[in-house]
Design a protein around this ligand. Structure first.
Ligand code: MIC
Ligand code: SF4
Length: 756
């Protein structure tokens, strides 16, 4: 296996760690959680000189590294290119994983993707080469799996332009998903700001057994905390149950922490992490970590008495855990398998499982695949013909190559499985599913993390349930959503009743990992001669124009572009699937702005009233008309607005189209920051019920935007069509620096100015 990446950086982090933690103890005067150790260990200003207030203080951090995936890297790098630097300031990587469509099988699909996306891949590869960024080619694997295998290290801090960057918490990191503008700051050598998170402790007692897997832990936690319960918090797992679990299993749990809105999740360094580091060729990192072991986990006092040190504590007994199925349409609707018969009947969910899909960045470790293969093997031996289609998207070439060598792919072949490319594929709507265009109501089960409407196959009538790879495999074999493998039998080809035994697999390959070509391309030592070109006629890439500065005046007579009703995730604001094509071209991708959001006033999607003509039109077109007429607009939304992805397109598009403000009941963290960074006003109702006061024909005045200041609510005057008015108070979380971003028309404009 290749050499350890960035070993000197890791050594330096560990060298200063003890001293940083001593300083943190001195200022906080209390035992420390792991999360606090890592956060205080990465302060921009070095050793701590003050204790921060959780959920309140804005703090500058110095992350150790940055990761970007192709669909977000384009925008991040288009911004970075304007920062005037020769090289990235911290080790950074780009991963080509989101743009590969799952259609036929791995090789064919990969060739097709390389042909179709060559312009984007060439751009990413040459920018990487120029600025010293490691480049992982299409086919190398999914960002989070590749990061876990190569870059994550206990006690480290990283950011990544993808919400599931949090996956690296499985290896004891604080890894946080951000928008591209945040990544740019860090790559440009600036501090990275975050509100000091709250801390949720999850104590795991007992031990996983039988049909349960780490995925069931997070599916249960999602059921408890819901999609917004983790907002602004780090979830720290501990206890004997945590220690007895594999490192990759921990990664799965942290990965799906994104689905509860958590800033990130993490686990203390333990033997499972050491085993994983050694088996992925990083014995040196394991040896180094062992020398400061006590600093790489929470203090014993904290774990003995968690109630005194965490803002919230949840306890889960793994001995009593059951496999879960979460969904449809939201990852927090958690149903234990034993209650699925009832729940499906009550909700009229189609119980026939059409397809089972395993893999993705969430669940494609060697352990996951080998446990699922064990079930496939049993099906063959017991003479059961699987009832549903079945597919695997391996997370990396390292895992794919190794499972092929070990005969696991052959085993899946025997149940008719399709192996897709090592990429996001069906998880991000890049699944050319036969018949999806018919929009039939149907059920699928997968081991991914998200199941928002239309997310996998573009069909809003597909009910997707999230489960462990093991349960997904069992349900695909049974073809029945209500099949409970713990108690139920299946009829085999001879008409006999047979039972699947609980899955058994290997945590790590006994023969070690192997790979021929992992798909890595190192950057040039000196990239100054490398040229990066963007064709002005391209419909996939577009250099960025600066957004206009604030004119210093109150916004007046703003129209309501849309009042979104209910769930409005980043997928509703800027859809993925076929729109991924335009992730590097702001004007083109802006044509999908909010087309998935439901208009409160007519219950329809992508149909809003143009107040200038009185006619209804598509959201992007109506907004372009307002912009052309110089009419300001605002977007109104419900709770947890912008939940889901880190894609800053969801903030840049409305900004590009001229929307002035987003006013909602509450925001998801990354989206709120993305809006601020792009110079947009991100506001929340002081009184949530004021949402009801906003009418379709309103004109809205900002009364005191000229006095925009931290911690000071703003007042809006709603002028209704009947002549009546309502003054409402709206809150914001802008600090002084962020208000400067707003004034300048976006954070990037400030950087442009400083290097001009
Ligand atoms: C996702 O899972 O939604 C994605 C696609 O990985 C996104 C990033 C993107 O939209 O490019 C994420 O989670 O941040
Ligand atoms: Fe890719 Fe899906 Fe993971 Fe996002 S959640 S990185 S789309 S595999």
């Amino acid at each position: 296996m290749s050499k350890v990446f960035d070993l000197e950086m890791i050594k330096e982090v560990y060298r200063r760690f003890p001293e940083r933690i001593a300083a943190a103890r001195a200022v906080t005067q209390k035992p420390l959680t792991l999360s606090e150790k890592i956060l205080y260990g990465h302060l921009w200003n070095g050793n701590a000189d003050a204790s921060y207030e959780r959920g309140k203080s804005y703090v500058d951090f110095a992350p150790d590294r940055v990761a970007m995936q192709d669909a977000t890297a384009q925008m991040a790098l288009l911004q970075f290119m304007q920062a005037g630097r020769k090289k990235v300031a911290v080790p950074s990587t780009v991963h080509c994983d989101h743009l590969i469509q799952a259609k036929v099988e791995s090789k064919t699909d990969l060739t097709e993707a390389v042909n179709k996306n060559s312009e984007v891949y060439d751009f990413l590869s040459s920018v990487s080469n120029k600025y010293g960024i490691g480049f992982w080619k299409p086919g190398a694997g999914i960002i989070h799996q590749v990061v876990l295998e190569n870059y994550a290290f206990p006690g480290g801090m990283m950011i990544g332009t993808d919400s599931h960057t949090v996956n690296a918490g499985g290896l004891g990191m604080i890894a946080i998903g951000v928008g591209g503008a945040d990544a740019m700051d860090v790559m440009a050598g600036m501090a990275w700001e975050l509100k000091f998170p709250k801390l949720i402790g999850v104590k795991l007692t007992g031990k996983l057994n039988g049909w349960c897997s780490p995925k069931d832990v997070i599916l249960k936690v999602a059921g408890i905390l819901t999609v917004k319960g983790g907002t602004g918090a780090i979830v720290e797992y501990f206890g004997e149950g945590a220690q007895s679990m594999s490192c990759t299993g921990k990664g799965t749990i942290c990965n799906m922490g994104a689905e509860i809105g958590a800033t990130t999740s993490t686990f203390g360094y333990d033997e499972s992490m050491e085993r994983y580091l050694r088996s992925t060729g990083r014995a040196e990192v394991a040896d180094l970590a062992n020398t400061i072991k006590e600093h790489l986990t929470g203090d014993a006092e904290v774990y003995a008495n968690p109630g005194a040190y965490f803002d919230q504590v949840i306890e889960i007994n793994l001995d009593e855990l059951e496999p879960y199925l979460n969904g449809p349409f939201t990852p927090d609707l958690a149903t234990p398998i034993s209650q699925m018969k009832e729940a499906a009947a009550k909700n009229d969910w189609p119980t026939k499982v059409e397809v089972g899909l395993i893999g993705s960045c969430t669940n494609s470790s060697y352990e996951d695949i080998s446990r699922s293969a064990h079930l496939a093997k049993q099906a063959v031996e017991l003479g059961i013909t699987p009832k549903a289609e079945f597919s695997i998207t391996p997370g990396s070439e390292l895992v794919r190559y190794t499972i092929e060598r070990d005969g696991l792919i052959d085993t899946f072949d025997k149940i008719g499985a399709k192996v897709f490319a090592n990429a996001c594929g069906p998880c991000i709507g890049m699944w050319a599913r036969v018949g999806a265009e018919k929009k039939e109501r149907n059920t699928i089960v997968h081991s991914f993390n998200r199941n928002f409407s239309a997310r996998q196959d573009g069909n809003p009538n597909t009910l997707a349930f999230v489960a462990s790879p093991e349960l997904t495999t069992a349900l695909a074999i049974a073809g029945d959503l209500t099949f409970n493998p713990l108690t139920d039998t299946l009829t085999n080809d001879k008409g006999e009743q047979v039972k699947l035994m609980p899955p058994v697999g290997d945590e790590l390959p006994t023969k070690g990992f192997a790979v021929e070509d992992a798909g890595y391309q190192a950057p040039a030592e000196d990239g100054s001669g490398v040229s990066v070109s963007v064709n002005p006629a391209s419909d996939r890439l577009q250099l960025l124009d600066a957004f206009a500065e604030w004119n210093g005046k109150n916004i007046e007579n703003a129209r309501v572009l849309i009042k979104a009703k209910g769930k409005c995730t980043t997928d509703h604001i800027s859809m993925a699937g076929k729109w991924l094509t335009y992730r590097g071209h702001l004007d083109n991708i802006a044509n999908n702005t909010l087309i998935g959001a439901t208009n409160f006033f007519n219950g329809e999607q992508n149909k809003v009233k143009n107040q200038l003509t009185g006619e209804y039109g598509e959201v992007p077109a109506v907004q372009r008309a307002y912009k052309a007429a110089g009419v300001p607009t605002i977007v109104v939304g419900d709770t947890n607005y912008g939940e889901g992805s880190s894609r800053e397109h969801a903030a840049m598009q409305p900004r590009h189209l001229g929307v002035s403000a987003i006013l909602v009941k509450s925001f998801a963290r990354i989206h709120e920051t993305n809006l601020k960074k792009q110079g947009m006003l991100a506001l929340t109702f002081n009184n949530e019920s004021d949402y009801d006061k906003i009418q379709e024909n309103d004109q809205i005045d900002f009364v005191d935007l000229v006095d925009f200041a931290p911690e000071k609510p703003l007042t809006l005057m709603l002028k209704h069509a009947d002549g009546s008015q309502d003054a409402i108070s709206v809150n914001h979380t802008y600090n002084a620096q962020q208000i400067e971003w707003f004034k300048a028309g976006g954070a990037l404009n400030l950087i442009r100015k400083s290097i001009a």
